[in-house]
Design a protein around this ligand. Structure first.
Ligand SMILES: Cc1ncc(COP(=O)(O)O)c(C=O)c1O
Length: 365
């Protein structure tokens, strides 16, 4: 295993532990020596969690798992599939990233973790840290619905509220942070992406080791989109699937759409989205650290970034939930609106297979 700066492409072989980001403050990407080497599919079928893909994840002896991943891929129409991530242990796809990040943090001797969260990541981090015996400090915006706060407090005594968005909560965290707290904010360490990449492995496996033509993803910090693209590239490099790589779509709300704006303006990186506000809480990420990385992937995959009118989100979520019988949060409305639009205007052609996501809710267990 080695690391590459996602921005400068500088390679890092020996890194101070615990592993964080590159020396220019950009996310590090995990790379493996087996990439590009043709080999047979190596899936541990006995595991009904994301750990069935252990052969393509960092090597560790002790894993921290609550049973995350290996979620249903529900067929909604002949050419449309919904990945139901609400059945994960804490009700969102964040569990994939947290299982990996907390496992690696534990293996690297971390005793205290901190992160800001728009809601789901905090709930997930608290649960995995409790399992690992790590102290978890979660910084949430004051606007967080009470049930999210309560679900976080179930597993962490260290929950702090400030400001309106995850960015405000992040600033409060920086002020309070003590040196040995390990920061697992989105893309500030490289292993949450490794957990999210299992989404891509699962989709390919569930389609019979084929790729979909299009992946439409509700994008906030972007780890899901980055992780899935990484998976598709890895799978292809090993010769497991020979289909063309999927076109990746970043879907956002008009209440917070820094990726869409930068895509439309052909910028290399995102600008901070002022006064962001959306009912899709996980997408209220006005300044994603991995903005340039997300944009690269959308462009390289011949994808697109589109925004859905915030005023339509509640109705779209209701429609999505009625069609799928999943109780998804409003990120589902964004992805449903984006898919429906792209299909209507012919960007997604008849018979092209698409995957969309119910990334979170149906909690609270
Ligand atoms: C339910 C939900 N969907 C989507 C997202 C966006 O995730 P990503 O960071 O992968 O873009 C989040 C992030 O908080 C979320 O909670």
């Amino acid at each position: 295993m080695y690391f590459v700066c996602s921005y400068s492409k500088k390679i890092y072989n020996n890194i101070k532990k615990p592993i964080t980001f590159s020396d220019i403050g950009k996310p590090l990407e995990v790379r493996y020596n087996w990439e590009g080497v043709k080999k047979d599919i190596d899936v541990d079928e006995s595991q009904k969690t994301l750990w069935r893909y252990r052969s393509v994840l960092p090597k560790v002896n002790n894993i921290i798992s609550l049973g995350e991943g290996y979620t249903p891929l529900q067929q909604l129409a002949p050419d449309l599939y919904v990945k139901n991530e609400t059945v994960n242990p804490t009700g969102s796809f964040k569990d994939r990233g947290m299982s990996l990040a907390v496992t690696l943090a534990k293996a690297q001797g971390v005793e205290e973790i901190c992160l800001p969260s728009a809601g789901n990541a905090g709930i997930s981090a608290a649960a995995y840290c409790k399992e690992a015996g790590i102290k978890c400090h979660v910084f949430l915006p004051e606007t967080i619905p009470n049930e999210y706060k309560k679900a976080t407090e179930k597993n962490s005594k260290n929950v702090y509220l400030s400001g309106k968005t995850i960015s405000d909560a992040g600033k409060a965290m920086i002020k309070k942070k003590v040196n040995d707290w390990f920061d697992i904010s989105t893309l500030k360490e490289p292993f949450r992406v490794e957990g999210k990449k299992t989404l891509g492995y699962e989709i390919a496996e569930q389609l019979g080791w084929r790729f979909p033509d299009v992946v439409v993803y509700e994008t906030g910090g972007g780890t899901g989109l980055i992780g899935m693209w990484k998976a598709f590239v890895e799978i292809k490099s090993m010769g497991w699937v020979n289909d063309p790589l999927p076109r990746m779509v970043a879907a956002q709300s008009t209440g917070c759409a820094p990726v869409v704006k930068a895509f439309q303006e052909r910028q290399r990186d995102t600008d901070f989205w002022e006064n962001s506000d959306t009912v899709a809480l996980g997408l209220n990420v006005p300044g994603p650290l991995g903005g340039a990385w997300i944009l690269n992937i959308v462009r390289e995959s011949k994808g697109i970034a589109i925004m859905i009118d915030e005023q339509r989100l509640k109705a779209l979520t209701e429609e999505f939930n009625n069609l799928t019988s999943i109780n998804s949060s409003d990120e589902g409305g964004v992805v449903w609106g984006a898919y429906s639009h792209l299909k209507k205007v012919g960007w997604i052609k008849p018979k092209e297979r698409s995957v969309i996501f119910a990334t979170g809710i149906e909690r609270i267990k």
